[in-house]
Design a protein around this ligand. Structure first.
Ligand code: NDP
Length: 310
């Protein structure tokens, strides 16, 4: 069976940075990229807050650069999903969805987080037919049309401003009377003429027409949670931007996690409760969740893996 000194699961800024550091330390890391090679940033537009890019950089371009940088030092980057891991003994036995099995002396978990949905049946029904969790992926389809974004954080604010450039009108639906987004993003939203913020509103239903397999969303029914008043807005696209869930299903009952599923690491460290397994990036960080902080913990994890191996 194939063996590796360091297996990295995930390919966002945390996974690739861990790969750069681990390969430079001669650990010859194997990286399994997971379901979304490049991670969440491949669905972002411009990144203006990653140091070293004075003019900003497109998310997919930055991830491509990180991958190339890791490959330059010999990281073995593979397409595939890790489907099973035995954390009870070292080396850790790992199975990949293509049938590959390998033994890893250390593991760096950098599986990131995934977008959350509201949980409405109608939202599920129109997924791929008007409902999306990624404006950069799907915004193009709504050029010149009216759309809505739900959420009040930085993601919602970013998606709304992105869509405002493409669409005729963007409704930003938020359940409170204040945005959670950073002041800079709030200002952008509030100063964009074709964004209308619907404060204190919740989404009751998403409506549209269905003909056989073809589905086309044409509106959303909203409730004002202060007055109870209902209204229908006419839209062609509905973008959900209400936060994320850590991708930790693989580790339930195996690694310590908090009540929301984020992996718990030791203070000032990326070490999990299992010696030899480290966690980096959004999978263990619900506070900062930035590309740069993910990259920072990726570097920490690789350094800790190297020291662990001695
Ligand atoms: P957040 O958790 O920050 O915000 C989620 C938003 O969705 C909140 O406004 C919340 O409302 C709302 N919400 C949550 N659940 C529901 C629900 N069931 N129904 C209706 N509304 C709901 O997530 P984000 O994805 O926006 O951001 C995550 C992190 O990533 C943050 O730290 C953010 O700063 C960062 N980020 C940074 C960016 C950048 O720097 N360029 C870009 C994007 C994200 P409420 O406010 O009432 O809780």
């Amino acid at each position: 069976m194939e063996t590796t000194k360091c297996l990295i699961i995930g390919s966002g800024p945390a996974g690739y940075t861990a790969a750069i550091y681990a390969s430079r330390a001669d650990l010859k890391p194997i990286v399994y990229q997971g379901m979304e090679p490049g991670g969440q940033l491949t669905t972002t537009t411009e990144i203006d807050n990653f140091p070293g890019y004075p003019e900003g950089v497109e998310g997919p371009k930055m991830m491509e650069d990180l991958q190339k940088q890791a490959e330059r030092f010999g990281a073995d980057i593979r397409w595939g999903m890790v489907s099973e891991i035995d954390t009870t003994e070292r080396p850790f036995k790992v199975k990949v969805d293509d049938g590959t099995e390998l033994l890893a002396e250390t593991v760096i978990v950098a599986t990131g987080a995934t977008a959350k949905y509201l949980g409405l049946e109608s939202e599920q029904k129109f997924k791929g037919g008007g409902v999306s969790a990624c404006a950069t992926c799907d915004g193009f389809f709504y050029k010149g049309k009216d759309v809505a974004v739900v959420g009040g954080g930085d993601t919602a604010a970013e998606e709304a401003t992105y869509l405002a450039n493409l669409c005729r009108k963007v409704y930003l639906i938020h359940r409170r009377d204040q945005l959670r987004a950073s002041k800079a993003m709030q200002n952008k939203v509030l100063n964009t003429a074709n964004i209308e913020v619907l404060w204190n509103h919740e989404v009751k239903e998403i409506v549209g027409v269905e003909q056989g397999f073809t589905k086309a969303l044409n509106g959303a029914i909203l409730v004002n949670n202060k007055t109870g008043e209902e209204q229908k807005i006419n839209i062609d696209g509905f973008f959900v931007a209400i936060g994320h869930k850590p991708n930790t299903n693989l580790f339930f009952g195996k690694l310590d996690m908090d009540e929301t599923g984020y992996l718990i690491t030791k203070p000032d460290s990326t070490a999990t409760n299992v010696p030899g397994i480290f966690a980096a990036g959004d999978v263990q960080d619900k506070h900062y969740r930035q590309a740069i902080t993910a990259a920072g913990t990726g570097a920490m994890a690789a350094i800790e893996a190297e020291r662990f191996l001695g």
